[in-house]
Design a protein around this ligand. Structure first.
Ligand code: DX5
Ligand code: ZN
Length: 218
């Protein structure tokens, strides 16, 4: 198996004073995606940024904006994140009461539609909405902070999603504790996208990091 996967650096670990340079570096490192962690201090115990920040950074690059909403009531903010220039909007299954309805609301805007589940949430809980989504984001840490350790049992969930995919087109993404050591297991389990926050920002040679991470089979 020697396929290439997408690496999405998360700016959660960036220095926001130099965010323009960080985005330019991501573009130069050889990936097209950037991961945007939106946190509300309620669904997760941390607060980051919202649509205004995303809209401002949209102007300085042409990366694919992969927004990960770790917020309660995401249904109230979908149009704000679409208007801010997000290319994909991923919501948490645990954060909404009517998952099918909120995912269709995202889908109807024309952006890519994503669903995420926390480590302890079973894949079975999203089985009925897999036809709707473009991205399934498996949290490989408990969401809220960068720099946490990868939770190994989450690889079983990746295998389950690969087995369930059939003719469907969803991308399987992983987020949390992904680095040059942990990438091999999730790659072999069958992911399409890997989010990397601290590992990317700690890498001295970002282009080399992206190259190794996107093709760990070599
Ligand atoms: C965690 C966020 C992640 C975070 C990953 O709640 O969703 O995207 O930035 O950071 P690392 O790669 O450092 O675990
Ligand atoms: Zn994330």
């Amino acid at each position: 198996m020697n396929r290439k996967i997408i690496i999405a650096p998360s700016i959660l670990s960036a220095d926001f004073l130099n965010i323009k340079e960080a985005l330019t570096d991501i573009e130069a490192s050889g990936t097209d995606w950037v991961h945007l962690d939106v946190m509300d201090g309620s669904f997760v115990p941390n607060i980051t940024f919202g649509p205004k920040f995303i809209k401002d950074i949209r102007c300085v690059n042409s990366l694919f904006f992969d927004a990960h909403l770790m917020i309660e009531h995401p249904e109230n903010y979908i149009s704000d994140f679409v208007n801010a220039g997000c290319n994909a909007i991923t919501i948490h299954a645990e954060a909404v009461r009517h998952l099918d309805s909120v995912l269709n609301k995202i889908k109807n805007t024309g952006v890519k539609t994503g669903v995420s589940i926390c480590p302890a949430t079973p894949v079975e809980s999203i089985i009925h909405i897999l036809d709707i989504v473009d991205i399934v984001l498996i949290m490989t840490v408990n969401p809220g902070f960068g720099g946490q350790s990868f939770i190994p049992y989450t690889t079983d969930k990746i295998r389950r999603l690969v087995a369930l995919r059939g003719d469907r087109h969803y991308l399987i993404s992983v987020d949390g504790g992904i680095n040059l050591k942990t990438i091999n297991d999730v790659y072999n389990a069958g992911i399409d996208v890997a989010v990397a926050g601290s590992a990317y920002f700690n890498a001295e040679n970002k282009a080399e990091f992206i190259k190794k991470m996107s093709n760990p089979g070599i």
